[in-house]
Design a protein around this ligand. Structure first.
Ligand code: ATP
Ligand code: MG
Length: 388
């Protein structure tokens, strides 16, 4: 983003003028060297949270358990964290980071501090931990982060780090599912997810996932599988593919255990249900497309074609054209609502109203009743009259 880097350097200047140390650290320094787009800039400082609040009165501590403040400077947000180490030095802070490429700092004059050879490793495209055994024991998530960075950066894991990862895989069990989810999501969206997934499965890493999300057996699937998710566009589609890969027909039960938000959970369940219900082709028609909605229907179809290995562009065109001709795209577009029905037939049982609306939707989508207030009212009256 334009000016992001310059503004970050100004924040460093302000902190330094108050007599503290401050550096840009972590992913931003790595991405700067890789000439990749920088999406956010994190800052480490010798100043405490209280001292930050003196320098930046509007700074907010993000969690009371962690000395990170959100500092807004000229409309840009920066996470400023007190050195994460007891003796409060930059080098000690960097030592606690996951990989050499993430353990560099840049000062306000853009001089680079690189005590562990991160720059060389970046040049050689290597993911290396200085003390992998110690680092992986401290936080097993780092093992999955390594694979995630493979997917994002097309780097490989240095042999010593790899050996150590194999040895310490069982520690993954202790992780909360949501942390694993966050890293796997980034992995799946990475340009080089194919190599990363191959690595993940070859090393049998999912066999050491926390109990709740551990697949029973992926052995039969792992060698014959297509890890190239390029044709899948959205995160939901890739997640559905990944869950299918891990759990096969049990996949539908898994979004909950992976702790997805309710919204994502619902979408994933729909996509996976279609995959399970239709091993051949999905019999799209007006009703099915209406109920699924355009975006989700296209996602469903994309995953389906990928899973069952057929490419039929015309099916996307078909879904879109049917959707375009639908008289309504949601219940809200019906020219009648629950209140109207109650006014038309005051004696109707309240629990029946939903039923009537569903039937109206069906008729209107089918085209046998027009979405016209008068016609809808007439239909409701006749229908309920016949039912008496
Ligand atoms: P991204 O571009 O995805 O944000 P990132 O490197 O910034 O990548 P974050 O998860 O945002 O990754 O973490 C920021 C920095 O904090 C990392 O670069 C790393 O130095 C450090 N870090 C994050 N998580 C860990 C961890 N589990 N163990 C050690 N260091 C970590
Ligand atoms: Mg980051």
């Amino acid at each position: 983003r334009q000016g992001l880097w310059e503004k970050a350097l100004e924040v460093l200047n302000i902190i330094t003028q108050h007599g503290f140390e401050a550096f840009i650290i972590g992913g931003a320094v790595r991405d700067f060297h890789l000439r990749r787009r920088i999406h956010d800039v994190d800052i480490a400082t010798s100043a405490s949270v209280d001292e930050m609040k003196t320098m930046f009165p509007k700074a907010k501590q993000l969690s009371k358990h962690f000395p990170t403040c959100l500092v807004i400077y000229q409309q840009e947000a920066f996470e400023v964290t007190t050195y994460r180490s007891e003796n409060k030095t930059l080098t000690a802070d960097l030592l606690h980071r996951d990989f050499t490429m993430n353990a560099m700092a840049i000062d306000r004059k853009t001089a680079i501090i690189d005590p562990f050879g991160g720059k060389t490793d970046i040049k050689q495209q290597i993911i290396r931990s200085v003390e992998p055994a110690k680092r992986f024991k401290e936080d097993p998530l780092r093992m999955i982060r390594a694979v995630r960075f493979m997917a994002q950066l097309d780097f490989s894991i240095e042999p010593g780090t790899h050996e150590c990862l194999l040895k310490h895989r069982p520690l993954l069990e202790q992780l909360p599912a949501e942390r694993v989810q966050a890293e796997c999501g980034k992995l799946l969206m990475g340009d080089d997810h194919r190599d990363a997934l191959t690595y993940l499965f070859c090393c049998d890493i999912p066999a050491f996932f926390p109990k709740a999300i551990r697949p029973v057996s992926i052995h039969a699937r792992k060698h014959s599988y297509n890890y190239d998710m390029q044709p899948l566009i959205t995160a939901e589609e890739r997640w559905a593919a990944f869950l299918w890969l891990l759990y096969g027909k049990e996949a539908k039960q898994m979004p909950k255990k992976w702790r997805f938000s309710n919204r994502d959970k619902q979408k994933l369940i729909v996509i996976l249900s279609f995959a399970e219900a239709y091993p051949e082709t999905i019999p799209w028609n007006k009703q099915l497309i209406y109920q699924t909605g355009l975006t989700l229907a296209l996602q469903v179809e994309r995953l389906h074609q990928w899973l069952y290995d057929h490419t039929k562009k015309e099916r996307f065109v078909y879904i879109q054209s049917v959707y375009r001709t639908l008289p309504i795209t949601s219940r809200e577009e019906l020219r009648i609502n629950g209140k109207d029905i109650l006014a038309t037939v005051p004696l109707i049982k309240k629990e029946k109203i939903g039923d009537v609306l569903r039937q109206l939707e069906h008729k209107v989508v089918e085209g046998s009743v027009k979405n016209d207030r008068q016609e809808l009212v007439t239909f409701v009256k006749e229908k309920l009259h016949n039912e008496r």
